[in-house]
Design a protein around this ligand. Structure first.
Ligand code: PHE
Length: 448
């Protein structure tokens, strides 16, 4: 394998901040709490943790290892490792998947900016729940406002990625992630100490195992995949910037642990607040944009907490979209030999077009559908149900079966330096459990 002097993250902490930043996003704050609320509270949490550690961890470790082994972008790494182009389709598919994910994700990122603005200009105050719901619908189905916000968001995102791996991504993550963590802990304490808030915790931590059906297990796994940014080469790309002396298994474990912790903290923030006001806890996606502003209207200091919450949402979203843009930027600039800055800007323009399409598909373009879905939902479903699972299976088969055992173990142990007690368990999970479990989800979802 040829040696390259690839840029790397400057420190272990910097890497961790960036990888956790990629993982923690709308998936944790927006999706996890309502999935938990709808699927049996604590029982769902247990199932989720099993999925995150038994499927997510081995897969994340494998993505890190494949990236660091080939020292290249999402497609180039497969070419460098095998010396052929036979497996590079995994990477190309990953890059396409990321492009589609960021297309719809950026729309919601834009909403988070609008809601920071609304919170600061005190627009929730005095509105009834009905009014909040109507203004959410009017805003999201409107034409110009959501586009304006998503364009602003994507420009900020682009500026960070143009800054490079160390100066842009690492520095930003190192500042934003501790900030994010502090905000969430503060919000969580505020929420639990509301009168009646403990009821929400009781709801969260009382398991209702009757709600655990095969389809709930499968949705927990889908959530783990999305929340851990797996199956499309994000962690692979970040892994390629990892230093040779870093402990991949431990780092992957820390990322999975932090991501799960933050998901749980988000749920522990949202449910006590919702219970304190006597609102139905199993509310779906509107939990964050309609229910919470209503909560902020009713609690002391709600003006301030509202601003803080939507800043949290925007930061979490931003550190995720940075990692998405990096996947495509590294791929296009390295494989096609184009200047990195030009690539990041060009890619951002393409993403803007896709995101504008997704945004309009909720309003004036809602009549245009693909297989019965508007563009936004089509991108969401096509990536989550088809591309990510295929990517996950492909990576586990590649690293578990195609790469020979000696090279695999050399990469995992840093050339024999580390003694890994979990090597056997990891290999078993990687070769059998991960692909079979993902296939089960895949087939189930196709049949639904
Ligand atoms: N993990 C992010 C979240 O939970 C989403 C994401 C998916 C980020 C894929 C990067 C790649 O919101």
């Amino acid at each position: 394998m040829e040696k390259t002097n690839r840029v790397s993250f400057g420190s272990k902490l910097g890497f961790l901040a960036a990888a956790v930043g990629s993982a923690v996003g709308l998936g944790n704050i927006w999706r996890f709490p309502y999935e938990l609320g709808q699927n049996g509270g604590f029982a769902f949490l247990i199932v989720y943790l099993f999925c995150a550690f038994l499927i997510g961890w081995p897969l994340m470790l494998s993505e890190f290892a494949v990236g660091r082994m080939g020292q290249s972008n999402v497609a180039g790494t497969f070419i460098k490792i095998t010396g052929t182009r036979r497996w590079s389709w995994i990477g190309v598919m990953g890059a396409v998947c990321v492009l589609l994910v960021i297309g719809f994700y950026a729309v919601v990122c834009g909403w988070s900016l609008e809601y920071i603005y609304q919170a600061i200009s005190n627009q929730f105050s005095g509105q009834t729940p009905q009014g909040l719901s109507e203004s959410f619908t009017i805003f999201t189905t409107g034409t110009w406002r959501p586009i304006l916000w998503l364009v602003i968001f994507l420009i900020i995102n682009c500026a960070i990625v143009v800054g490079g791996v160390q100066e842009g991504i690492e520095k930003t993550s190192k500042v934003l992630m501790p900030f994010l963590f502090t905000i969430i802990v503060v919000l969580c304490i505020r929420s639990i100490t509301l009168p009646g808030g403990l009821e929400g915790l009781k709801f969260l931590f009382t398991p209702d195992f009757s709600k655990i059906t095969p389809s709930v297990i499968l949705s927990a796994m889908g959530q783990a995949f999305f929340s851990l940014s797996l199956g499309m080469g994000c962690m692979l790309t970040y892994g390629s910037y990892m230093r040779k002396e870093n402990n991949l298994g431990k780092t992957a474990f820390q990322v999975v642990g932090m991501d799960s912790l933050i998901s749980v903290l988000c749920a522990m923030t949202i449910f006590p607040a919702v219970f304190a006001l006597g609102i139905d806890p199993s509310k779906g996606p509107e939990l964050v944009f309609i229910t919470l502003p209503n909560v902020f209207n009713h609690i002391p200091g709600g003006y301030f907490w509202g601003i803080l919450f939507f800043i949290l949402l925007a930061i979490a979203a931003l550190t995720s979209t940075i990692s998405m843009l990096e996947v495509i930027t590294a791929y296009v600039s390295e494989q096609w030999n184009i200047n990195r800055k030009a690539t990041a800007i060009g890619t951002t323009l393409v993403i803007m077009l896709l995101a504008i399409g997704c945004s309009l598909s909720l309003g004036v373009w809602s009549d245009f559908t693909i297989l019965g879905f508007n563009l936004f939902d089509f991108f969401d479903n096509f990536t989550a149900k088809i591309l990510m699972p295929i990517g996950g299976v492909a990576i586990s088969i590649f690293f578990g079966w195609v790469v020979d055992r000696k090279s695999r173990e050399a990469e995992l142990t840093n050339g024999g330096v580390l003694q890994l007690k979990y090597l056997k368990l990891y290999t078993f999970l990687l070769k059998y459990i991960v692909p079979l479990a993902i296939l089960a989800v895949f087939i189930d979802q196709l049949l639904r």
